[in-house]
Design a protein around this ligand. Sequence first.
Ligand code: ATP
Ligand code: MG
Length: 242
Amino acid sequence: MAQVSTALEVEVLSKTFPAVAKRSANRVLENIKLAIEPESFVVLTGPSGCGKSTLLNIIAGLDDDFDGEVRFQSLDARRAYIFQSPRLLPWRTIEENILLPLKDDDPRRAKVPAMLERVGLAEAADAYPERVSLGMQRRASLARGFILEPDILLMDEPFVSLDDPTAQDLRKLLIDLYKRRPTTILFVTHDRSEAVMLGTRILRLDGGSATIVQDEVVQLRSQDRSDPGKVRAERARIFADV
Ligand SMILES: Nc1ncnc2c1ncn2[C@@H]1O[C@H](COP(=O)(O)OP(=O)(O)OP(=O)(O)O)[C@@H](O)[C@H]1O
Ligand SMILES: [Mg+2]
């Protein structure tokens, strides 16, 4: 893995899923070149099926079958991935699920009780995932991502299919966790208001073989991000043509 001075550099010259049965080969991504600054909050948007999750999987190191290279600032850059579904093990408690990625002698284990408190799950620590709401499962999934203290945090539509107030609570929690421990975030969403509220930079992917068609710095101060009027105006500016 090559080293770079930004948090990461992504170069996906092409990504093609091979032909299977009656489906012909599918070139999903092409000519994607990106440099991402440390501690930036990058939001990735684009139509369904354009390749957002595919790009995240490549950056996460889950898919190395592509033409190009992903380079990190540090050679042992820690990556954490928070998926659309919370992916908690049903036979482990909430606390055990958060402890799961940490080895027995990992010093980060000592931080789990404070993390449970911070995400509002202290009372539910001993509950099994199916006994708590989807919102709480998503809180656990955020806790599991942040407890790893990652250099790069990848999030794929983590707040989709929640009611508005719950999604809004989780966005606030994410901002709080990010402020306490800044990291470089890549966040996929279809929700344009969410993109503007959270992101410092918005990338839009589009096309048959998708590439980056828009790369925009979000011009909102942090105190303006909870102002619906300012969010609406910035959303209209950024997504004027879509
Ligand atoms: N393992 C796979 N094998 C073959 N084709 C795949 C595979 N995974 C994804 N694809 C195809 O690649 C394209 C991009 O998929 P991807 O899941 O990355 O899109 P997406 O932008 O994340 O969509 P959504 O917004 O619906 O989540 C789609 O056409 C999809 O069918
Ligand atoms: Mg996806």
